[in-house]
Design a protein around this ligand. Structure first.
Ligand code: HEM
Length: 476
């Protein structure tokens, strides 16, 4: 698209969106921050840049909390960990809702997540979260290690069939792996994405996640789904494909009549409605649950490949805890402490979700300022993780920051890749245990080198993920 067309389109959208800015007619606290028009255009033009390095630069200029203009109106950026704690944890039951991206969206029925855990509000959210949470506790997750191990073994078998020195797109392999893990552990279904390359669940999920991220502005225009943009259309096709898959899984569970030991069964047992709960929740878990973990694994491989000393320590730990031919199990994985540190440091440098937010649902006093109902707080996860006030030499990959000797130096609430408080990520433990098992299995047998040019930019869509991650495989 030419520059002229882009500018015209953004200007029209700006006027349109300006109308829906919130809150209207309410006095806002007098806080200094970047020029609202400038930050609005920065947001509209390159949201991922504003939400990462852009906000980081502003945090050095505007202390604790400052306003920016974005597509959902004025958002207050909380970048002081003490304020983050106050809002997400201490006031977490009061300020429980996310900023409704869908507040003024047209045709929300086209986006099934509208009716799911991530979007529902207040008591409805509390009720549903309460019934889902027990499924994601450690005692429920540890028995799933067998599934993580078995699926990681399938990936190792696939990799073993390649010649030493072969070049692979490892991000794609991880997307299929984590889709299969999610299918089996959460839905009790075999997706077989790893062994059947024509299976496109992972691709459909990627197009949906990217679509929601990139088309945030468009979703407010009436009949937005009719625009012939290829990515938008891929997003809609992906959405339909995943909704059909969810419907099929629910129907199969119901028809088989045998109780399954998975999350889907737990939702079915609660007699939830098909269209407003079962399909949306299944859809949400598909899109929130696998690409995030695949992204974490990709960034981990990317960082380890650039730090041979880290790779060496990982292998030493695997040999010591599991043995050269042993298996990760629920009993031995807690002892993989160094891999834990690698995962935590990867999530610090490359948090897949770069921000989270809360709607101010009741007038709130914070840091001596009064915030009226209906404005929004944004927590800049990436910017806090890269702030030199909390992380000395923040761009350095140093897993020892999280070891027993150093972790007491970490400022509380300055590491929050999964958010914080009652609304934090429900799948955090699942993702952490899964990643540990996968990395232990992989680095027991393989080493990966980066292939240039690779992975230089982060994608602007819903998640901060590598553009492409080509690696050269070495068998150990
Ligand atoms: C590296 C992996 C992951 C990252 C970085 C991540 C990150 C996040 C973040 C930042 C939030 C918002 C938290 C807040 O606002 O305080 C969130 C919410 C959520 N995540 Fe994750 N997530 C990951 C994996 C998963 C997995 C594996 C699942 C499911 C199996 C999952 C399901 C969800 C759900 C359902 C929510 C909404 C929770 C609610 O609103 O009650 N996520 N995630």
């Amino acid at each position: 698209m030419s520059l002229f067309l882009t500018i015209t389109l953004i200007s029209i959208l700006t006027l349109f969106v300006w109308f829906f800015r919130t809150p209207r007619g309410t006095p806002l606290p007098n806080l200094s921050g970047p020029n609202p028009v400038l930050s609005f255009f920065q947001f509209a033009y390159n949201p991922i840049k504003l939400m990462t390095v852009g906000i980081l630069e502003y945090t050095y200029k505007y202390p604790h909390i400052f306003p920016v203009s974005s597509v959902v109106g004025t958002e207050y950026i909380l970048h002081d960990p003490k304020l983050v704690k106050e809002i997400l944890l201490e006031k977490g039951q009061e300020l429980v809702n996310h900023t409704p991206l869908t507040r003024s969206i047209s045709h929300p029925e086209k986006i099934p997540t509208f009716y799911s855990l991530i979007s529902i509000r207040d008591d409805e959210w509390k009720k549903r979260r309460k019934v889902m949470s027990p499924f994601f506790t450690l005692p429920k997750i540890l028995p799933l290690v067998e599934i993580f191990r078995k699926q990681a073994e399938i990936l190792c078998d696939i990799l073993s069939k390649n010649e030493d020195g072969s070049i692979l797109d490892i991000q794609y392999k991880f997307a299929n792996l984590t889709a299969d893990i999610l299918g089996e552990s959460v839905f009790g279904s075999q997706f077989n994405s790893q062994i059947d390359p024509s299976n496109s669940i992972a691709k459909a999920v990627a197009s949906v996640v990217n679509g929601i991220g990139e088309y945030r502005l468009f979703l407010r225009i009436p009949y937005w789904y009719k625009f012939p943009f290829p990515k938008l259309q891929r997003f809609l096709t992906g959405t339909n494909q995943l909704m059909n898959l969810c419907r099929q899984m629910v129907q199969q569970h119901k028809e088989q009549g045998i109780p399954h030991n998975d999350l889907l069964q737990c939702l079915i047992d609660l007699n939830m409605d098909m269209e407003t709960a079962l399909i949306p929740e299944s859809f949400l878990f598909l899109i929130a649950g696998h690409e995030t973990t695949a992204t974490l694994l990709s960034w981990a491989v990317y960082l380890i490949a650039q730090h041979p000393e880290v790779e060496k320590k990982i292998l030493e730990e695997i040999i010591q805890v599991i043995g050269p031919n042993g298996e990760p199990t629920a009993d031995n994985i807690p002892s993989l402490e160094y891999i834990d540190c690698v995962i935590q440091e990867t999530l610090r440098l490359y948090p897949p979700a770069v921000v989270t937010d809360r709607e101010v649902s009741v007038e709130t006093v914070l840091d001596g300022h009064k915030f009226p109902k209906n404005c929004s707080f944004m927590v800049p996860i990436w910017a806090i993780h890269h702030n030199e006030k909390y992380w000395p030499n923040p761009e350095k990959f140093d897993p020892t920051r999280f070891d027993t000797e150093h972790k007491q130096n970490i400022q509380p609430f300055s590491w929050l890749p999964f958010g914080v408080g009652p609304r934090m990520c429900i799948g955090s433990k699942l993702s952490l245990v899964e990643s540990k098992v996968v990395l232990a299995k992989l680095y027991q047998k393989f080493s990966f080198q980066l292939v240039a040019p690779t992975c230089t930019t982060a994608k602007a869509g819903g998640l901060l993920k590598p553009e492409q991650l080509l690696v050269k495989l070495r068998k150990i």
